[in-house]
Design a protein around this ligand. Structure first.
Ligand SMILES: NC(=O)c1ccc[n+]([C@@H]2O[C@H](COP(=O)([O-])OP(=O)(O)OC[C@H]3O[C@@H](n4cnc5c(N)ncnc54)[C@H](OP(=O)(O)O)[C@@H]3O)[C@@H](O)[C@H]2O)c1
Length: 396
């Protein structure tokens, strides 16, 4: 996706992803081949590389990673290590099965940056619970002025006062924002721009999943309306402020679920057919495409835009599904905690090495594979224009 990334360059020089580091004397060989995965992508495999037994090395976004290979020679998945994938410092091919290492594996990547954010202003949507709340807590701990933008003011006040008490940062402020209502989004932006002078970090985090068929106040299908169009309008209204405060960052919380999404221009609001799981996937693909087009348009402004997958996180996201709520409870050991799930959001918002990285997609604090539909520039442009039309805005 998009632009020039010092991160990519460094990764390329170093040559290896976190869990793709070779041990001396193990499985050295030369391979040149094409790999594909269930995602449908094709990648150029690297040449003259040291590979793990049972693994292969592929290049994604110019980042070399080692991936497990099935007996038939197909890669099992990219960007996310399979159950038997070697961890840094562990022996290849001998997956550790202790509960502690399993938990560590589930926890995923951590943001290691110690950057302080005094004097910086951040907005986080949906920060009264889950990933958003933990993201707000982290940024508050770093000294930022954090705007907790939520539709439920009572719940947001409770979260904000908990964060203020724990971090000692009194600059955690609640503001009303309902992303299912463009009137509320405009009011939020108007108040924010009247009260604040700068905005350095915008984290478009709020989201809904598996909603029964419903529409926003403006008649948009709920997933598309809240997850994509609401954040699209919010970003539009705050963009001048971000540009004037540059360097600034926009972080869009998408999902691995974008792989299952398609932009169904002929039935954007699911009026002809609706599946609530797919509706979520479509909206998360829209997040990826929005990020891609936004980053392209923001070249040279020192405002970056990146998207991410936080991992599978034990949060309230599944609240609309009785079955998923129980599954999430039963398998909570295998899910990230919200604090672990917030790591990639925080990484995208603060990491020094991402200063000029834009238009990328991350997972576990490292670049991740974007579905072919998420890399389609034509669809990204078309979605941009259709979104502007639906919202009645002109964004050139
Ligand atoms: N959890 C996962 O496994 C997972 C995986 C991939 C991606 N994600 C993404 O991560 C993001 C955060 O999700 P989460 O797991 O932290 O879920 P969560 O605990 O349900 O939090 C979602 C947040 O969004 C807010 N929200 C929902 N509708 C809103 C609206 N109309 N206006 C304003 N705020 C609204 C919620 O507010 P209320 O509390 O008032 O409803 C809540 O604060 C989402 O974008 C989600 O798609 C999560």
């Amino acid at each position: 996706m998009g632009a020039v990334a010092p991160l990519d360059a460094r990764a390329e020089r170093r040559g290896w992803g976190r869990w793709g580091r070779p041990l001396p004397g193990r499985g050295t060989g030369t391979r040149t081949r094409w790999c594909s995965s269930s995602g449908g992508g094709i990648w150029r495999a690297s040449e003259n590389l040291t590979v793990w037994p049972g693994h292969d090395t592929v290049v994604i976004n110019r980042l070399q990673v080692t991936v497990p290979v099935t007996r038939s020679g197909r890669t099992r998945g990219v960007g996310v290590p399979g159950p038997g994938s070697p961890k840094e410092g562990s022996r290849p091919g001998t997956p550790s099965s202790s509960p502690l290492s399993c938990r560590r594996y589930v926890a995923g990547g951590q943001c290691k940056s110690t950057v302080r954010l005094e004097g910086k202003v951040a907005i986080i949507t949906g920060a009264n619970t889950g990933i958003g709340k933990e993201t707000a807590r982290d940024l508050a701990r770093r000294g930022a002025r954090v705007i907790v933008a939520c539709r439920d003011i009572e719940k947001a006040e409770a979260a904000a006062s908990e964060i203020r008490a724990e971090t000692g940062n009194q600059q955690v402020i609640v503001k009303k924002l309902d992303l299912a209502d463009t009137k509320s989004i405009r009011e939020f932006a108007e108040k924010f721009l009247a009260e604040e002078k700068e905005l350095h970090i915008l984290i478009n985090n709020a989201g809904v999943m598996l909603c029964p068929y419903s529409k926003t106040a403006d008649g948009f299908e709920m997933h598309l309306g809240v997850n994509h169009l609401g954040h699209f309008l919010l970003t539009f209204l705050l963009l001048e402020c971000l540009k004037q405060s540059a360097p600034a960052r926009i972080v869009n919380v998408s999902s691995l679920a974008h792989h299952g999404g398609r932009i169904r221009f002929h039935d954007l609001h699911g009026e002809k057919s609706y599946n609530r799981g797919l509706a979520y996937c479509h909206s998360k693909l829209a997040n990826v495409l929005f990020t891609r087009e936004l980053a392209r348009r923001l070249q040279g402004t020192k405002v970056t835009a990146n998207a991410l997958h936080p991992g599978s996180v034990h949060s309230e996201l599944v609240r609309h599904s009785f079955v998923m709520t129980w599954l999430w409870k039963i398998f909570s050991f295998f899910l990230k905690t919200p604090q672990e799930g917030a790591q990639t959001s925080v990484y995208c918002a603060v990491a020094e090495e991402l200063d000029s990285v834009t238009g990328q997609y991350f997972s576990d604090c490292k670049p991740a594979y974007v579905s072919p539909w998420g890399r389609d520039d034509e669809t990204a442009k078309k979605l941009w224009n259709v979104s502007c039309e639906l919202l009645g805005i002109q964004w050139d």
